[in-house]
Design a binder for this molecule. Sequence first.
Ligand SMILES: NC(=O)c1ccc[n+]([C@@H]2O[C@H](COP(=O)([O-])OP(=O)(O)OC[C@H]3O[C@@H](n4cnc5c(N)ncnc54)[C@H](O)[C@@H]3O)[C@@H](O)[C@H]2O)c1
Ligand SMILES: O=c1ccn([C@@H]2O[C@H](COP(=O)(O)OP(=O)(O)O[C@H]3O[C@H](CO)[C@@H](O)[C@H](O)[C@H]3O)[C@@H](O)[C@H]2O)c(=O)[nH]1
Length: 442
Amino acid sequence: MKIAVIGTGYVGLVSGVCFAEKGNHVICVDQDKQKVEKLQNRISPIFEPGIEELMDRNLKAGRLAFTSDLTQAIQQSELIIIAVGTPSLPNGEADLQYIEQAVMQIGQAMNGHKIVATKSTVPVGTNEHIQMILAMNTMETFDVVSIPEFLREGSAIQDTLHPDRIVIGLDNLDLTETLTELHRAFTDQIFVTSIRSAEMIKYASNAFLATKISFINEISNICEKVGADVTEVAKGMGQDRRIGASFLNAGIGYGGSCFPKDTDALIQIAGNVDYEFQLLKSVVEVNKSQRYKVITKLEGSLGRLSGKIIGIWGLSFKPNTDDIRYAPSIEIVETLLKAGARLKLYDPIAMEKFREHIDHPAIQWCESALEAATGADALCLLTDWDEFKTAPLSQLVFIMEQPILIDGRNVYSREQIEGTGIHYYSVGRPDQKHPTRHKAVV
Ligand SMILES: NC(=O)c1ccc[n+]([C@@H]2O[C@H](COP(=O)([O-])OP(=O)(O)OC[C@H]3O[C@@H](n4cnc5c(N)ncnc54)[C@H](O)[C@@H]3O)[C@@H](O)[C@H]2O)c1
Ligand SMILES: O=c1ccn([C@@H]2O[C@H](COP(=O)(O)OP(=O)(O)O[C@H]3O[C@H](CO)[C@@H](O)[C@H](O)[C@H]3O)[C@@H](O)[C@H]2O)c(=O)[nH]1
């Protein structure tokens, strides 16, 4: 099929490349000319494992192209996929300005019948609004469908090539065969439903996953008080197939460009029809306070933080991505700076993006995990990158001022900590304190 993808962010780029990989002819459009130039030079503007290899292969095969010329892309395609951002407005509602602008441009460029598919996450009823905007901007015929995206950053290629399911929301049943056929290249688990249900499935799925995380985080807070270990509790719970083991990792809570904005948006969607989504409001509140556990634990072991040197391992909202949108690290770093701490930051990939967001004279940007730990009064792990999971912990006692490790993602096992001399604090698990050793001279 000939496909145009509007927006080459995390979703648009990955979808475009994966549709090309399955033999379709895909042209990806972005209004950001610098991004397009990079892409044309086979450089991905985002860090996503495997993306550049797939880009390269499909560009060479002539199935993939990048442009900032939206009209040309629309005119040569049968299916137009909208993958522009839908960030939050200050009241939590989804900001639809990029959708509206893109749809207007699509309408004005149309030169015949097109299927317009919305992949961006949009509130229930938005696709009807899209139909209206298109009708106001073109005399051509069109169909609007909702095909929400469920990929996760960091494993976006795998998730797209091997999804658990694909949801297709459509009102014109004549499109069922064409769209099912197109997506069967990825999976047979295709669920065709109404447009409004498809829009709701996306928000409900994210809200449910966020609820699992806040639930286990609350359990972890209780575990700390009653002396249970939340990792064992989660394991025991997860063995029940009705509960499932995934999304039960306690820690400093969820971040990223999706859960925070989509939970806020769903609360607003409910509010707009006079329904107070009490459960989801609590999920959001629990998540907001959970990240401060790191600060409380630091204060508990160091007292006043002013003048203290704190090493930070991990800035991205999760491993294997450079995305820092709504990362818990942002508020933690801001709070530590306000408290007068001096910070040594390290992330394998997200340093540049983080530095564009926050720069401060009290921050030292480090080139390795061990450099960030050197001379620190305490070390906080905020992102569960593999590099940290396999870090040489036994060296910390020699290089840190005080060997205090606050593990915000419950990465290390008791066995890994034992014998290292580290005072280890995690989330919802018993602390492991050791007799203070004097720093050895190395
Ligand atoms: N990031 C994820 O993991 C993820 C997963 C599933 C769904 N989603 C949803 O998908 C949508 C896109 O998310 P993202 O993270 O890829 O966004 P993003 O901000 O990374 O990318 C959006 C891109 O769209 C471009 N754009 C905006 N208006 C345009 C226009 N009129 N013409 C051409 N290009 C235009 C921007 O320049 C930008 O490059 C959002 O609704 C999001 O909620 C995101
Ligand atoms: O048990 C867990 C699982 C995740 N997280 C955190 O939750 C956040 C989100 O993680 P994840 O869901 O893996 O990444 P995203 O890329 O944000 O993907 C989510 O958001 C996307 C955008 O809507 C959806 O498409 C995906 O299905 C949905 O998983 C991260 O901060 C994780 O550290 C936890 O704290 N505990």
